[in-house]
Write a protein that binds this ligand. Structure first.
Ligand code: ADP
Ligand code: MG
Length: 196
């Protein structure tokens, strides 16, 4: 099977799993069933599905087009808000455009912001322009001794982490002509997406 077809097949099956997970979640809600184990399980299934979707996306070729950066960020913010509704500050002017792959760029942003949420951030600030986008968060800081390792395949400090997130994010951004790095700032966490 061609990569492209594998990609579509995986995507279709993910949609099916996602739909049924959502049905289970809504049914529990409707029946007023509050069960921590089930809630956590549903969250973990959804997380795994988005990870599989990210892996599958790397099988699909990059489709570059000119896009509104503010819109891309807006979409990523919506996805993250569903995950956890914290404060998002988006300082990017609506007129700014970038050349990127819509889905791949959005999922890169989501990955970076989800990490911030998982680090306990209460605010995520997105600023910059078409050649430099900064994503800042006020969560627990990254210890100096692991700064070098966070982009490594399989590196995680989380109990249920995969350690693929930043590796895949860096790779997918590179394919679109961007570099992803951790800013040297010591008192705040900032990830920079730089146009190469
Ligand atoms: N915004 C962040 N704040 C604090 N730590 C982070 C942040 N982003 C990434 N990290 C650290 O980098 C590690 C690797 O991240 P990632 O590749 O996304 O894998 P995972 O999220 O599965 O652990 C995380 O386990 C965490 O220790
Ligand atoms: Mg992650």
């Amino acid at each position: 099977m061609k990569d492209k077809n594998i990609y579509h097949e995986i995507k279709n099956q993910i949609s099916v799993c996602d739909l049924y997970t959502e049905i289970v979640r809504r049914t529990l809600e409707k029946e007023g069933i509050e069960n921590e184990t089930l809630t956590r399980s549903i969250k973990n299934i959804k997380n795994s599905l988005s990870l599989i979707a990210d892996c599958a996306s790397s099988l699909r070729e990059v489709r570059l087009q000119e896009l509104s950066l503010a819109n891309l960020i807006g979409e990523a913010v919506e996805i993250c808000k569903a995950y956890k509704d914290i404060t998002f500050v988006n300082d990017i002017p609506t007129s700014t455009t970038i050349t990127a792959d819509k889905n791949k760029f959005t999922s890169a942003l989501v990955n970076i912001m989800k990490n911030a949420i998982e680090a306990g951030a209460t605010e995520i600030k997105i600023s910059g322009n078409a050649s430099k986008i900064s994503i800042e968060n006020n969560g627990t800081l990254i210890p100096p001794e692991i700064r070098e390792k966070i982009f490594t395949d399989g590196f995680t400090t989380k109990e249920n982490g995969s350690g693929f997130g930043l590796m895949l994010t860096q790779k997918t951004l590179k394919e679109q002509g961007f570099d992803l790095s951790l800013a040297p700032a010591k008192n705040v966490t900032i990830f920079n997406i730089l146009r190469k």
